[in-house]
Design a protein around this ligand. Structure first.
Ligand code: KIV
Length: 259
């Protein structure tokens, strides 16, 4: 049965939620076949598959293109598409049109970076029938403003404001919230207080689920973050396979002559 936002909400009471990014039909098919609950077409598309330094150059058109590819795999997993840099801001008509384009491309929900400051937008989207996954803690789209990536929630002020962010997003209708690079105690407190799941990345073991980036899990990335766990070294396997192919072509072992 297809996983819905309601399934994800209910899982909070049952077991940790498994989420993974995917950027194309191959990734989505593999993730779904492996039992991933939620496939996130993350804007990490930019710094993985597309070779950018960060997520900021990713456009709505790129996200639509890759969301459609993921949707064509028809995965059982819930498909969530990231709203890329600056596309959740401006007039509500513009934001609605941007999110609707991602839903038309095949996403069942959109993810929007930001806490309390985005609650009004999340409420209006929710009222318009668009399911929203919140995103608090480190917001990679703020890279230039922050001057880099860091942990959030270690100071009492940040701890409190993360709790407020989660409360406001939940009240606005978010079906779940991603918490990126949150202090582990802050993540624990948010998970305990919120009625919707907190899906962590680099936020420790007390979240209601975990999300990782496809290339980090499979050893296909170049700069995995320290909190990521690599479960396979497909990079090394792919290099060896391609080198064997290249060698056989150069030495005329492949293809074989017809008999
Ligand atoms: O784009 C992405 O991959 C994300 C995850 C880090 C949650 O937003």
């Amino acid at each position: 049965m297809k996983i819905t936002t309601q399934t994800i909400r209910k899982l909070k009471e049952e077991r940790p939620i498994v989420a993974l990014t995917a950027y194309d039909a191959i990734g989505a098919r593999l993730a779904a076949e492996a039992g991933v609950d939620l496939v996130l077409v993350g804007d990490s598309l930019g710094n993985t598959a597309l070779g950018f330094a960060n997520t900021i150059p990713v456009t709505l058109e790129m996200m639509i293109h890759h969301t459609a590819a993921v949707a064509r795999a028809n995965p059982k997993s819930l498909i969530v598409a990231d709203v890329p840099f600056a596309c959740a801001h401006g007039s509500f008509d513009r934001v609605l049109e941007n999110c609707a384009a991602l839903i038309r491309a095949g996403a069942q929900a959109v993810k929007i970076e930001g806490g309390s400051e985005m609650a009004d937008t999340v409420k209006k989207l929710s009222d318009a029938g668009i399911a929203v996954l919140g995103h608090i803690g480190l917001l990679p789209q703020q890279y230039h403003k922050l001057g880099g990536y860091r942990k959030f929630g270690a100071s009492p002020d940040e701890f409190d404001s993360l709790l407020e962010d989660a409360h406001d997003l939940e009240s606005a209708g978010a079906f779940a919230i991603v918490g990126e690079m949150m202090d582990h105690e802050a993540a624990k407190a948010v998970s305990k207080k919120a009625h919707v799941p907190l899906i962590g990345i680099g936020s420790g073991p007390h979240c209601d689920g975990q999300v990782l980036v496809f290339t980090d899990v499979l050893g296909l990335g170049t700069k995995p973050p320290p909190f990521a766990k690599q479960y396979a070294d497909l990079g090394a396997q792919a290099r060896a396979a391609i080198a064997a192919y290249a060698d056989e072509v150069k030495t005329r072992k492949f293809p074989q002559a017809q008999n």
